[in-house]
Structure formats: C-alpha cells, structure tokens
Design a protein around this ligand. Structure first.
Ligand SMILES: Nc1nc2c(c(=O)[nH]1)N[C@H]1C(S)=C(S)[C@@H](COP(=O)(O)OP(=O)(O)OC[C@H]3O[C@@H](n4cnc5c(=O)[nH]c(N)nc54)[C@H](O)[C@@H]3O)O[C@H]1N2
Ligand SMILES: Nc1nc2c(c(=O)[nH]1)N[C@H]1C(S)=C(S)[C@@H](COP(=O)(O)OP(=O)(O)OC[C@H]3O[C@@H](n4cnc5c(=O)[nH]c(N)nc54)[C@H](O)[C@@H]3O)O[C@H]1N2
Ligand code: SF4
Ligand SMILES: [Mo]
Length: 725
C-alpha cells in the first residue's frame, strides 16, 4: 500500500479516547517478527490527552496485520475442528440455524452479547438487529460488568447518566480531587496530567485498598491515601458524609434549592461516626475527618469561584454486589457539598471502554432503546418504532441482564444460540468456568472478532471483522463528547465490517427494516432515533463532527451541544437531584468480614481487559507475561509463601493459579489479581455470586479466598499433588 498522509483518529482502547494520527505504512514485513509495517501511530493534541498516549495506544498498530489476525470466516466441522470457510457458506447457514432454533424453542432462545468497545453505529445497529432481525428480547453487553452501577446511581440521583457531566479539562483547576476506586495512573495514564493542580494544592485523595500507582501520586504532601478493606467503601462514604453534617460543612443553600431527600439521607448518617467507620473499614478516624474537611474546603472555594473540589468514581467502588448503593453514597456526599451542578466543582465517574459511554446509550442494554430511552416507556417505543418503520409491537420488551443472560446459556428453556460482538466473556465474565460450560452447551455460538479470543475458540462460527483503524464511525468518550473514528488503513481481504454482516443477516432473516453497511447512514438513523431522548444526538451528523467543534450530548437539532450538564437543572421532572438514603446491607461483602483473605481484581497498565489484544503485542506481553497474585509480605509469611512461589487461590466458585508477588502496597487482608489472563490464571474462575439488585453488576472487587503455596500444599498433604498441569 502506498504511503499516505496521516489520518486523525482516536485510540482503540479506553474511554479517554486519546487523539492519535495513524499513518499507513508500506505494508512490508518487519524483520523477523513476521509483522507488517502496516501503520505508525503518533499522539495528537486533544483536550483529554494533550498529545500523550500510553503504552497500549502507542503499540496498537502492531495488531492490524498481526499473524493471528482472522481473515476468513471459520466454521466448526462435524469433527469439532474450526476451519476456514466462506461468507457465502456461513451467513445462510447462520440464518437457517437461527430460524430452526427459534421454531423449536421460541424467539428468545436466540440472544446477543455486545460490547462497549463497539462504535455508536455498531452498538445501535446491534440493538436493532437483535430486536428486529433476530426478534429477540435477549440482548445485553459487557458494559453491565463495567458502568452499570455508576449508570444506575447517576440516573437515580440526577435523572440522567453521563460519566463526566463536564469537560475533563475542568479538573485542571481543582484544588481537591477525591478518586474513589480508580487507578487512573495505570488505566488512563495521560489523564493524570489533569490531577496536577490538586496534587500541587495537597488535595489529591485516593481511596484504594492498594497503594496503587495512583495512590502513590498522593505522596510527599500532595494528598491523602485512604486504604480501606475492599468492599467497605459504602461505610467509608457514610462516615465522610457524617463528618460533613456533624461539623456543619454542608452547602445548605444548594441542598435547599437544588435537591430533595436530604432529611432522610441525613438521618441515616447519624450512625456512621468516624470511630465506628474505622472499625469497619480500617481507615483511621482522624484521616476520615481530615478528608471530609479538605473536601469541604475545596467545595467552598469552588463555589466562590476559586479552585474547587471534584469527586470521581472508578470500578473499585462500583463493581460490587452493592455497587449502586456505594456509588449513591458517593453522590450523596457530593450533593451535601454542592459539587454537582456548581461551576468549578463537580462529580463524575470515569467511564472505561473506548465507547463505554456511547455503548450504553443506543440500545445494547436489555432494558433500553436508542437515545438512552427505556424499553418499557410507551412514548419511547412509539418513537423508535416510527424511525424503524415497524409497528410498536414488533419491538420486544426487556431482556435479561448480562449475568442472567449468561446463566441461561444452554438451559432447556434458556438461550440456545448466542451472537457475541466485542466481548470475550470466557475470560471477563464472573464465574468463568460456568460461563465456558454454558457457551459449550449452546446449539449455535456465533462470535465476531478479529482474533480467535477464548470465546471465539468455543464458537461454531467465527466471523472476522475490521479493526478500529480500518473503518469509519463514532465513539462517545468519557466526557460525553462524540468523536469521529476514521479509516486509516486498508483491511485484510476476507474480513468484513460488522455493519455489513448485520445487513446481510438481516436480509436473510427478512428483517422488517433497513440495515445499512454504511456507517454514516446508520449514524443518521441513530441521531433520529435518539431525538428527544436523554442522550439526544439529533443535531449531529458526520459533517458537524468533522467540523471539529466539540460535540457533547445532549445535542438536539438546532443546539451546539452541552459541555456542562446540571449547571441550571438536573434531569428529574422537578429539576432537582435526589439524595437516596443508603446503608450497608446485611449480606454485603463487608458483612462477610472477617474472611480468610479478600481478593480484589483489576487492571495492569500493559494489558487491556481480557487480554485478547494486548497479550498479542510482544512488548506488552514481555512486560507482564502472566498472572501474578500481589500479597503483603506479612500475609505471605503467615502462609509460608515466598516471592515468586506458585500459588493456588481458592474461592467458593473455583480455583486459579498465579505466581506470588510480595509487596507492602497491599493491606494484609487483601490480595490482588489482574483479570487479563486466560486458562488456569483467569481471575474470574474465582468471582461470582449474587449481583447488584439495581444494576445487575457482579461482585468483581471483593471475593473471600484462600491462598496456598503449591510447595506448602505438597508438604502438608505429604504427597506430591500436581496442582499445575
Ligand atoms: N491498562 C488498562 N487500562 C484500562 C483498561 C484495562 O483493561 N487496562 N480497561 C478500561 C476499562 S473498560 C475500565 S472499566 C477502566 C477501569 O479503570 P479503574 O477503575 O481505574 O480500574 P481497576 O483496576 O479495575 O480498579 C481500580 C482500583 O480499584 C481498586 N479496588 C479494588 N477493590 C476495591 C474496593 O473495594 N474499594 C476501593 N476503593 N477500591 C478498590 C483496585 O485496587 C484498583 O487499583 O480502565 C480502562 N482502562
Ligand atoms: N475480575 C474482573 N473481571 C472483569 C473486570 C474486573 O475489574 N475484574 N472488569 C470488567 C469490565 S469493566 C469490563 S469493561 C469487561 C471487559 O471484558 P471484555 O469485553 O470481554 O474484554 P475485551 O478484552 O475488551 O473483549 C473484547 C473482545 O472483542 C474484540 N473486539 C474489539 N473491538 C471489536 C469490535 O469492534 N467488534 C468486534 N466484534 N470485536 C471487537 C476483542 O478482540 C476482544 O476479543 O471485563 C469485566 N470483567
Ligand atoms: S490512555 Fe486509553 S485512550 Fe489513551 S492511549 Fe492509553 S489506552 Fe489509548
Ligand atoms: Mo470496563
């Protein structure tokens, strides 16, 4: 391919959506790597990254012509082996199987699992494809594992869910930033430049059971690190709010004019005095008081037009079976201090996946229609039906949230056929061994991916799709800003766009509406379908986006977008934000303490999610080659575990293997394992159990476990026990 000028686009990975310029290369094979010099990447100036990229972003071009890249559909033969096939074979076959499965088991026997990495166009089309082409209610997606608690809490309190209701650059002027369960220094490295003001003011506060890379940014007087027992953040937040109220630090004028529910919420706070909270969380009472006072000082300064205070949440407090209530407690604290809706102060959550925001707005969720509309709302149904050109009854009702959907796989009355687009549930879903068994028991599993992920490896049909730099589309970043992704390189022959795949399957399945392979056509339709909804994109089209002016939703026809929500009003009908009283449940993770040890899971800088992509980048794999269990030296000593020992971690759901890494960065009651690895080292072999009753979020961050050393085990059992295959 001839060299060409660079194309302005954005990173394939996380929600920071760093701007980059991708320049197609000569396509020659590079040295002995077997890789094509297909493209080079340079950071581009943009308000979220200001030219910076992390290691994953820099190396993303390595995946474009990776030797593992899928370039033809794969079909499992009668002998059980996946072999290359043709599009003309597999698509009619899929549609025939779908028809026969539905004829025998009903429409809902066919389901779809989507992903927050899909572009808006693909996410929107997937929701429509599920409801109109597959005629099923069963669609949900991996955002259920990611943003669902924050989204549910945000909707409950503010009436709308946009991760950051303000541009990220607003943070630069803050004097206090409270980061709850976010390790942004590893998960969004260029983001941390926005924390420098708070660090300089001594006001960066990080709440994390680990002394993470982000927690370390608080050292040398730059802030505070609160290190609670995993799963106890709800109590901690009630303690912080208790101090605010007890010391009269709340913003009474704001509470009176802009909120409701204060009295009930404040009553609950009375029981959470700092010494009691210390007993539950392990965070010293003086530190709780100091944090509340620092926040209140920042908030007052922000309200007066000076450097203000922000509270931001990450997955550390949200990915719990009580994640919605915990996030609600964070919102209540923010509302007490008058942060949301006051210029100079703010509250938000840091969205995770590349299109984690847009992906949760346009109909991949079980209970949702495009524009962030509810699927049971008659007006929303009527509007979307009119855009789709179908009678309202053609749109099925709500489906099953992700964990329930995966639990239904293969059951006689459950899901018999699953389409997966943009997720690797065999690695990333809780209780992975049960999920794998469910996938294996399906009558038909169809996975679209560009690599043979662990989920694709179980499929009956694998459809090779395009990568980010090969197709046009849009994503909505963590600020609610809609961005253009652009095609910069030519895709490998044989791979197809997902929009084309859905168009062809919709035709074969005689869907009663238009499906187009053209992203712009689908975006225009999405914009119309979203008109009047909370996430209104109706004033946007590719020309507006290509014009380069920032496009924050809601962006109704005739507007120029909304960089800052809530300055005048919240989205509830009375315009007020709601303080919802919350309290730790009797069955919460915190109530299970004392447990032998608590496993927290999360991320490493070098790997992305299930690792399908980053484990294929040699430089990233070399830096973090396999599963490593972090534990405190004192904990390790008590268990007879030494640095580098092979360990077995056991929970109520299963067993996983890793190498011990001793570090004083953890609490002694906590161990940490990243979830980027498959097979015996998959952290999700250990997770599972009840989900959050409001959001459907699984418990990813607090799992009681036992840890044993393989050699210690052998000694105790008195015989060699081959734990490692
Ligand atoms: N390198 C990298 N970057 C990524 C991703 C990736 O996979 N790799 N994924 C992207 C996506 S989809 C997401 S959602 C974001 C996630 O971004 P983050 O939320 O920053 O990531 P995590 O590592 O899951 O969790 C953050 C922190 O929560 C802490 N934690 C665990 N349990 C608890 C608890 O009970 N309480 C508190 N307060 N903290 C706890 C962990 O120690 C961890 O440091 O990252 C995005 N960016
Ligand atoms: N224990 C534990 N488990 C977790 C978490 C945790 O903190 N702890 N975090 C959870 C969170 S926040 C998330 S977001 C999930 C993520 O979990 P997953 O979504 O399963 O992780 P990914 O690796 O991003 O999987 C995306 C897959 O889709 C492919 N892909 C990428 N782009 C596209 C595309 O445009 N189209 C198609 N068809 N395929 C594409 C990739 O190659 C990859 O195989 O994991 C969750 N699981
Ligand atoms: S921080 Fe996120 S968006 Fe930026 S380069 Fe890294 S992975 Fe890509
Ligand atoms: Mo995520």
């Amino acid at each position: 391919m001839p060299a060409q000028v660079g194309t302005a686009t954005h990173c394939p990975y996380c929600a920071l959506q760093c701007a980059m310029t991708v320049t197609a290369g000569a396509g020659s094979v590079r040295g002995d790597t077997g890789r094509h010099d297909d493209a080079t990447i340079a950071g581009r100036d943009f308000p979220t990254n200001r030219g910076g990229l992390c290691r994953k972003g820099w190396s993303a071009a390595d995946l474009l012509r990776h030797p593992d890249r899928l370039t033809a559909p794969l079909l499992r033969g009668p002998d059980g082996v996946l072999r290359e096939s043709t599009w003309d074979t597999v698509l009619p076959l899929i549609s025939q199987r779908v028809r026969s499965i539905q004829a025998e088991h009903g429409q809902d026997a066919v389901a779809v699992f989507g992903g927050g990495g899909l572009t808006n166009e693909k996410a929107y089309t997937l929701g429509k494809f599920a409801r109109l082409a597959l005629r099923t209610s069963r669609i949900d997606y991996n955002g259920r594992f990611c943003m669902s608690s924050a989204a549910a809490a945000g909707k409950r309190a503010f009436g709308v869910d946009r991760g950051l209701p303000f541009p990220l650059a607003d943070l630069d002027d803050a004097s206090v930033v409270l980061l709850l369960g976010s390790n942004a220094a590893d998960t969004m490295p260029p983001f941390i430049q926005h924390l420098r003001g708070a660090q300089a003011a001594g006001g960066l506060i990080v709440v994390d059971p680990r002394r993470s890379a982000t927690a370390r940014l608080t050292g040398q007087g730059q802030g505070l690190h609160l290190q609670p027992t995993p799963g106890t953040d709800l109590a901690l937040l009630l303690g912080l709010a208790h101090v605010v109220v007890a010391e009269g630090l709340e913003d009474r004028a704001f509470l009176a004019s802009r909120t409701r529910g204060y009295e009930d919420a404040a009553r609950e706070l009375a029981r959470w005095w700092p010494e009691r909270v210390q007993a539950v969380t392990g965070v010293p009472a003086p530190l709780i008081r100091a944090t509340a006072r620092l926040l209140a000082r920042g908030a007052r300064s922000g309200t007066a037009g000076g450097p203000g205070a922000y509270i931001l949440t990450g997955r550390g407090i949200e990915q719990h079976a009580d994640g919605t209530d915990t996030t609600t407690a964070a919102i209540n604290l923010a509302l007490l201090l008058g942060l949301p809706g006051t210029a100079g102060n703010g509250y938000g959550t840091l969205t995770g996946q590349g299109n984690g925001q847009g992906g949760r707005e346009h109909g991949q969720k079980a209970d949702q229609l495009p524009g962030y509309r509810g699927i049971t709302d008659p007006a929303a149904r009527a509007h979307v039906a009119s855009v789709w050109g179908v009678p309202e009854v053609a749109i099925p009702g709500p489906g099953l949230p992700a964990v329930e959907l995966l639990a239904s796989l293969g059951r006689p009355d459950g899901t018999r056929c699953l389409f997966v687009h943009g997720a690797n549930v065999a690695v990333s879903a809780p209780d992975a061994s049960a999920v794998i068994a469910g996938l294996e028991s399906l009558d038909l599993l169809v996975v679209s991916d560009f690599f043979l992920s662990e989920t694709a490896a179980l499929a009956d049909v694998v459809l090779p799709v395009l990568q980010w730099a090969e197709e046009e589309g849009t994503v909505t970043n963590l600020e609610g800003r809609v961005l253009r992704r652009r095609a910069a390189v030519t895709p490998p022959a044989g791979a197809r766009s997902e929009l084309w795949i859905m168009q062809e399957l919709a035709r074969l399945l005689e869907a009663p509406s238009v499906f187009s392979e053209d992203p712009e056509t689908m975006f225009d339709e999405l914009a119309r379908a979203s008109a009047g909804g909370p996430a209104d994109y109706s004033g946007l089209d590719y020309a507006v986006l290509d014009g380069g002016s920032p496009a924050y939703w809601p962006y109704p026809t005739g507007s120029t977008g909304t960089p800052r929500l809530f300055l005048d009003t919240f989205a509830h009908s009375d315009g007020r934000a709601v303080l919802v009283p919350v309290t730790p449940r009797a069955d919460s993770a915190a109530a299970r303490i004392p447990a032998p040890l608590l496993l927290a899971t999360g991320r490493l800088l070098e790997h992305y999610q299930s690792g399908t992509q980053t484990r294929r980048v040699p430089e990233l794999l070399a830096a973090r080659p396999g599963p490593r269990l972090d534990l405190h030296p004192a904990t390790a000593q008590g268990l007879g575990i030494g640095q580098g020992d092979p360990v077995v971690i056991t929970s109520a759901h299963g067993e996983a293997q890793a190498t011990a890494h001793l570090t004083p960065d953890l609490r002694q009651d906590t161990v940490f394992l990243a979830f980027h690895f498959a097979g015996a080292g998959n952290a999700n072999l250990l997770t599972g159990g009840p989900t959050d009753p409001v959001s459907g979020m699984p418990e990813f961050k607090t799992t009681p476990v036992r840890v044993t050393c393989r050699t210690a085990r052998t000694r105790r059992d008195g015989q060699a026990q081959e734990v490692y295959a």
